[in-house]
Design a protein around this ligand. Structure first.
Ligand code: NAD
Length: 460
C-alpha cells in the first residue's frame, strides 16, 4: 500500500514508522521543515529533539529511504496513494471545543493535491486525530469542494499512550475503523492486515461517528477512573490516619471487574489528551442540550490535583514559600517523554512563583530543553528567570528549602538517601507521585514529608 501520513508529531511519526515496518510505502508529510529535516537526517538526537519515544529513532533508521520517506510537499508524493492518515493536532479552544483549524487547512491541501491526480483510483482519507463527532463529514465536504474524485473518508482514532508510542502502535489493544463503504473498510484492512485476524488485538469496524465517539468515551472513562482514585482514595487516606494507600489499591483492585491501571494517586493526569478530550466531549454534549455533571466533576478533580499539594504544604505543613528555594523534580507530564503539555509541573511552577519563591531549581532527564525554550521561556514571563536547570536531582536539591516531586521518573524512587545527604532539616519533601516509600528515615531525621494520598509526616 502507498500511505501518506499528514502531520508528524507524537502520533504521526510513530504511526509512519510502524506502517513502514510492516512493509508499506510510507510518505510522512509535515509543513514544519525543521521536523522533516531532522527526521530525514536519521540522526537519533535530531529525531528525539522533536518526538522522544523509546524505539522510535531505531524504527526510523531501520526503514528510512527504503519504506519510509519524508517530505514538506504533498503534490510530488500524491500519485498512486491508497490511504492518507490525518495526524494533525486538535488543541482546545478557550470554550473547550476542539480547534480544527490545523485539520481543516491540511484537508484543503490534501484535497487540492488529490484533485490533480492523473490516476483517479480509490483513496481513503482517514482521521487519526481525535476529532469531534461529525468531523469525517466535514473533511468529506472539504474534499468534495476541492474537486476530489473517487474517495472515502474514515475515522481511525489513535489510542497509543505517550512513552510507549512505538510498542503501542506495534501491538495495540484494538484498532477501531469507522467507514461508510465495504470498499473503504477493505482498504483499511489491507493497511492493518497484521491486526485483522490477531488472537489478542480487537479489530472493530463501525460507522465513522461511532468510531469518533469511542475515542472520547474511552479517554474520558480513563480520566474518570484516575479521578476516582485521586478524588476519593487520596482524600480518604489524607483524612484518616493509618490507611495504607498501596494496600487500599491492592484490596480494591483484587476484584477482577476493577482495573489496576489508573488505580494510583498522583498530582493529576497531564498530557495533551485527557484534559482536552474531556473538555471537547463536554462541549459536544452541551451543544446537544445534555448535562455533563459527571464529566465536569472529573475534569475539576484532575485540575485541582495538579497544584493542591502546594496549598497543603501551607495549610497542613505550615510552610511559607515566600523567598524560599524549591527544587522541582520532573517537568514532563509523565516518565519516558519530553512532552510537557498539561503537565502538573506547569501548575506547580505557577503556584510556587505566585507564592513568592526566590528560585525554582529544576531537573528532568528529558524535558529541560522543552521547558527552557517553550513553557518557561523568560520572554513570556520575566518570573521564569527564577527557574534554573540542573543535571541531577542532587544538584537541583542543593541549597533548597523544599523539593517537589512532580513526575514519576524511575530515578526518583527512593530519593530519601539523596535528600538526606544533600540538605539538612528543617526541610519539606512534597511527593506528588508517592516515590519515597521509605520516608520514615527522613521523618526520623527531622524532615517533613507531605505525600499525595497520605497525611503530613513529621517528628511529633
Ligand atoms: N499525543 C498523544 O499521545 C495522542 C494519543 C492519541 C491521540 N492523539 C491525537 O492525535 C492528534 C495529533 O496529536 P499529536 O500529539 O501527534 O500532535 P502534535 O502537535 O505532536 O503533531 C501535529 C503535527 O501536525 C503538523 N501540522 C500542523 N498543521 C499541518 C498542516 N497543515 N499540514 C501538515 N502538517 C501539519 C505539525 O507541524 C505537527 O508536526 C490530536 O488530535 C491528538 O488529540 C494524541
Amino acid at each position: 500500500m502507498k500511505i501518506i501520513i499528514v502531520g508528524t508529531g507524537y502520533v504521526g511519526l510513530p504511526h509512519a514508522a510502524v506502517c513502514a515496518e510492516s512493509g508499506h510505502e510510507v510518505h510522512a508529510y509535515d509543513i514544519d521543515d525543521n521536523r522533516i529535516n531532522a527526521y530525514k537526517s536519521g540522526d537519533r538526537a535530531q529525531i528525539e529533539a522533536h518526538v522522544n519515544e523509546p524505539g522510535l529513532a531505531n524504527a526510523i533508521q531501520d526503514t528510512l529511504d527504503r519504506y519510509l520517506f519524508f517530505s514538506t510537499e504533498i503534490e510530488p508524493i500524491i500519485e498512486g496513494v491508497d490511504v492518507i492518515f490525518m495526524c494533525l493536532n486538535t488543541p482546545p479552544n478557550r470554550d473547550g471545543s476542539s480547534n480544527l483549524s490545523y485539520l481543516i487547512n491540511a484537508s484543503r491541501d490534501v484535497g487540492r493535491a488529490l484533485a490533480k491526480r492523473q490516476e483517479k483510483k480509490r483513496v481513503v482519507v482517514v482521521n487519526k486525530s481525535t476529532v469531534p463527532i461529525g468531523t469525517a463529514r466535514l473533511v468529506e465536504r472539504i474534499l468534495k469542494e476541492e474537486g476530489v474524485e473517487n474517495f472515502g473518508v474514515a475515522s481511525n482514532p489513535e489510542f497509543l499512550a505517550q512513552g510507549n508510542a512505538v510498542e503501542g502502535s506495534r501491538r495495540p489493544d484494538r484498532v477501531v475503523v469507522g467507514a461508510d463503504t465495504p470498499e473503504d473498510l477493505e482498504l483499511l484492512r489491507r493497511v492493518y492486515n497484521q491486526f485483522t485476524n490477531h488472537v489478542r488485538i480487537k479489530y472493530i469496524e463501525t460507522t465513522p461517528e461511532t468510531s469518533e465517539s469511542i475515542k472520547y468515551m474511552a479517554n474520558s472513562l480513563l480520566l474518570t477512573y484516575i479521578s476516582y482514585w485521586n478524588g476519593v482514595g487520596a482524600r480518604l487516606a489524607e483524612s484518616y490516619d493509618n490507611i495504607r494507600m498501596e494496600d487500599l489499591k491492592r484490596g480494591v483492585t483484587a476484584d477482577s471487574r476493577i482495573s489496576t491501571w489508573g488505580s494510583y494517586v498522583s498530582n493529576g493526569a497531564g498530557g495533551s489528551c485527557f484534559g482536552k478530550d474531556i473538555q471537547s466531549l463536554m462541549y459536544q454534549l452541551n451543544q446537544a442540550g445534555q448535562s455533563t455533571d459527571l464529566l465536569n466533576a472529573v475534569y475539576n478533580i484532575n485540575e485541582y490535583q495538579k497544584s493542591y499539594l502546594i496549598d497543603r504544604a501551607i495549610y497542613e505543613g505550615g510552610f511559607n514559600f515566600n523567598q524560599k528555594k524549591v527544587a522541582i523534580l520532573g517537568l514532563a507530564f509523565k516518565k519516558r517523554t519530553n512532552d510537557m503539555r498539561d503537565s502538573a509541573a506547569l501548575n506547580a511552577v505557577e503556584a510556587l512563583l505566585g507564592k513568592g519563591v526566590s528560585e525554582i531549581r529544576a531537573y528532568d532527564p528529558l524535558a529541560v530543553d522543552t521547558a527552557k525554550n517553550h513553557w518557561f521561556n523568560p520572554s513570556k514571563n520575566h518570573l521564569f528567570e527564577r527557574i534554573t536547570y540542573h543535571d541531577s536531582p542532587r544538584e537541583a536539591i542543593e541549597g533548597t528549602d523544599a523539593v517537589y516531586i512532580s513526575t514519576d521518573w524511575e530515578e526518583f524512587r527512593g530519593l530519601s538517601r539523596t535528600i538526606e545527604t544533600t540538605v539538612d532539616p528543617p526541610y519539606l519533601v512534597i511527593d506528588g507521585r508517592r516515590m519515597i516509600p521509605d520516608y520514615q528515615s527522613l521523618v526520623d531525621r527531622g524532615f517533613t514529608y507531605l505525600p499525595v494520598g497520605g497525611p503530613v509526616k513529621k517528628l511529633a
